[in-house]
Design a protein around this ligand. Structure first.
Ligand SMILES: C[S@@+](CC[C@H](N)C(=O)[O-])C[C@H]1O[C@@H](n2cnc3c(N)ncnc32)[C@H](O)[C@@H]1O
Length: 216
């Protein structure tokens, strides 16, 4: 695994603000009722920890496990956790490929994360993550939408924008992926159901909320 976000970690939040304003945050925080009702939560590739900070305020009793492969991102996450909340957050500074757990989670959050993975890596990782979700547990996934067909001005603009993003990340993090694989179809092949979904007006961002069907 050669992708490394250490170099851009200090500038990541500023870059996001300049490129997207609050748009990504809107998608991360779209389902507050699910955040508040979940006891054990897994965050995949959390970045600098801004979402975790929000989550800990929304839900003052949940326990959180964060998987983040970048050392500098992981340090930033740790520094954002209020001292009184540190006992309920476990940061694992490892790639998700090395993560396993005896615990099951009520909620998994993956935000703008799978764009760092090739189709084959995703096909290996998604089933492992699905196994970690409790019966009736949720998965909130937000991603860029990489439209395969250019049908209008929006999809053309987004196609070019995503290529520019990949060019930037290739040169700053070593990321060797060229398109965003749509994980929805893969998740739906399991015992998860899509219960809510929202695509931005610009057609660039999409949030899916899945729920696991009860197993007997
Ligand atoms: C595009 S950023 C998204 C960060 C954050 N989720 C957000 O919403 O802005 C991807 C994050 O995933 C981390 N990452 C990339 N590959 C990873 C892997 N295999 N395992 C764990 N974290 C990874 C990167 O270090 C980075 O912080």
């Amino acid at each position: 695994m050669s992708v490394n976000f250490d170099y851009i970690a200090p500038y990541y939040s500023l870059g996001e603000k300049l490129c997207f304003g609050e748009k990504l945050n809107f998608h991360r925080t779209l389902f507050p009722q699910v955040l508040r009702s979940s006891g054990k939560i897994l965050l995949l590739g959390e970045g600098r920890g801004k979402f975790l900070e929000f989550l800990l305020k929304e839900n003052n009793s949940c326990e959180v496990v964060v998987i983040e492969s970048s050392k500098r991102m992981a340090e930033s996450i740790y520094n954002l956790i209020p001292c009184g909340d540190r006992f309920r957050v476990e940061i694992k500074n490892i790639p998700i490929e090395y993560f396993n757990s005896d615990h099951k989670f009520d909620l998994i959050c993956s935000f703008f994360f799978w764009d760092c993975f090739s189709k084959n890596q995703i096909k290996r990782s998604i089933p492992l993550m699905l196994n970690l979700i409790n019966n009736k547990g949720y998965w909130h996934n937000a991603d860029f939408v990489d439209h395969r067909k250019i049908t209008c001005y929006h999809t053309l603009k987004n196609f070019i924008f995503i290529r520019i993003l990949y060019f930037f990340f290739r040169h700053t993090t070593g990321l060797d992926v060229k398109s965003v694989f749509p994980v929805r179809s893969l998740i739906l092949k399991s015992n998860m159901r899509l219960i809510q979904s929202l695509e931005s007006n610009s057609k660039l961002l999409k949030s899916d909320l899945f729920r696991k069907i009860e197993e007997y």
